[in-house]
Design a protein around this ligand. Structure first.
Ligand code: ZN
Length: 130
C-alpha cells in the first residue's frame, strides 16, 4: 500500500517537472529565434551621406529598423539585379548619428581595417569590399 503511495508521489512530481519544462520552453520561444551571440554583437551601420559608421546594440538596431519606413524598388528599372532587389525590398535607411540624415544602412567591416561597406546598397545591390 505504502509503495503505491510513493509511486503516486513520484509520478506526480515527474508530471509537475515535465509541465514546468514545457512551459519554460514555450515561454522562451520568442527569444530563441536568434542565437544569443547574434544579439550580443553590435550591428554596424554606414551613412551613405557622410561616410560615418556607427554601432548599435541588437535591440537598438531592431527598433531603429522597425521605425524606418519600408522602401520599394522602382518596378520599371530593368536588369536581373534590380529585379532581385525589388523582390527582396530595398534596405531600410536609419538616421545617421553624425549628420542626422536618414541615410544609414546596415554595413559590414572589411577585414580588420577601418573600411566599411553596406551589406546592401540603398539601390538594393550587394555591397562589396574593395
Ligand atoms: Zn551621416
Amino acid at each position: 500500500m505504502s509503495s503505491n503511495v510513493i509511486k503516486l508521489v513520484i509520478a506526480a512530481v515527474l508530471f509537475v517537472v515535465a509541465g514546468v519544462l514545457i512551459v519554460s520552453f514555450l515561454g522562451d520561444e520568442e527569444s530563441a529565434r536568434l542565437p544569443d551571440d547574434a544579439k550580443l554583437k553590435p550591428v554596424v551601420f554606414l551613412c551613405m551621406e557622410c561616410g560615418h559608421h556607427f554601432e548599435l546594440s541588437y535591440e537598438e538596431a531592431k527598433s531603429a529598423l522597425a521605425a524606418a519606413p519600408e522602401r520599394k524598388a522602382p518596378v520599371e528599372s530593368g536588369g536581373a539585379r534590380a529585379r532581385s532587389a525589388s523582390r527582396r525590398g530595398l534596405p531600410k535607411l536609419i538616421t545617421c548619428q553624425k549628420c542626422g540624415q536618414a541615410e544609414a544602412v546596415r554595413a559590414k567591416q572589411c577585414g580588420e581595417g577601418d573600411i566599411y561597406v553596406p551589406l546592401y546598397n540603398p539601390d538594393g545591390t550587394k555591397g562589396e569590399c574593395p
